[in-house]
Design a protein around this ligand. Structure first.
Ligand SMILES: [Zn+2]
Ligand SMILES: [Zn+2]
Length: 291
């Protein structure tokens, strides 16, 4: 194809319609003629991201026709944050926290404190043997005084038995927003007894009491010259048979007032050791020893 010189000289406002890369295009360029690309181009646009969008800012994509070079821009909307919650669990001593963090830009939306599970309490820590299974309830409060929820924040497991005299463990295992474990103990003590008779004798006395042979090992008798049973004025005697109901005590001062009380005990094995678990004391009686 050829276009003769000066063909378009008188054409004033003429605009040449050309296709890209064509002879007409270069002719128009060389002769300083107005031209535009043919509307007949089927356009084959290829997009290229020039500004990638972020969580908060829009991006930009430019489409260019590989045939005619025509191009247009398109904005790419901001993608928004993709939050994921992250939990640092609380313990009985340390607070935890809950955060919403964007996995793309690390933006932190909110942080909430999970307060430490500071107070763990049994409803009762000592019982007296009554032939029934004991099961103290648990209450757990965080450092702000809010109650934690059973089965959501923790689980509880009780030691077996819990009927006989003994020391029993309640284990609390934290879960959910909390972690760690706590052990609490409660005691079932034997039933107490009472003094039936105090008989004075020479430099001593004889004590008799009510038999208490269920869930007991024996008895402990305490006598004192002090009404308040001050330690340095008090002696104790163990009676290690629970069928025994009297004890004679001698080698005391003559004509002296002695305050006397008694309690039961049971030997219990705990952590490989034998421990005495005592009942409460009986009412105090007193006796004046003979000369
Ligand atoms: Zn095109
Ligand atoms: Zn983000």
């Amino acid at each position: 194809m050829n276009i003769g010189e000066s063909v378009f000289l008188d054409c004033g406002n003429l605009t040449l319609i050309v296709t890209k890369g064509s002879y007409a295009e270069s002719y128009a360029k060389e002769n300083g003629l107005k031209y535009s690309y043919s509307a007949l181009c089927a356009h084959n646009y290829k997009g290229e991201i020039t500004i990638p969008p972020t969580c908060t800012a829009t991006g930009e994509k430019i489409y260019t026709c590989t045939e005619c070079g025509d191009s247009y821009k398109e904005s790419i909307p901001a993608q928004g944050h993709t939050y994921q919650s992250k939990i640092t669990k609380a313990t009985t001593k340390k607070n935890g926290k809950r955060s919403e963090i964007c996995i793309k830009c690390r933006n932190i939306k909110s942080t909430a404190t999970i307060y430490a599970a500071k107070t763990v309490k049994l409803s009762q820590t000592s019982y007296t043997y009554n032939g029934k299974v004991q099961k103290p309830s648990i209450s757990i409060k965080d450092s702000k005084g809010e109650a934690l929820k059973n089965k959501i924040d923790y689980t509880v497991s009780y030691a077996k038995g819990r009927k006989n005299v003994g020391i029993y463990t309640v284990e609390i295992n934290f879960k959910g927003n909390y972690q760690g474990a706590v052990k609490k103990i409660f005691t079932i003590a034997p039933k107490s007894t009472s003094i039936t008779k105090l008989t004075p004798k020479k430099k001593g006395f004889t004590i008799k009491w009510n038999k208490q042979d269920k869930q007991t090992t024996g008895y402990e008798v305490a006598y004192s010259t002090s009404k308040k049973f001050k330690e340095n004025a008090t002696r104790t005697v163990i009676v290690n048979k629970n069928k025994t109901v009297s004890k004679s005590i001698g080698k005391l001062k003559a004509k002296k007032n002695y305050y006397v009380r008694i309690r039961t005990y049971k030997n219990v094995k705990t952590g490989g050791k034998t421990k005495k678990i005592y009942s409460g004391w009986s009412k105090v009686k007193h006796v004046i020893t003979k000369k």
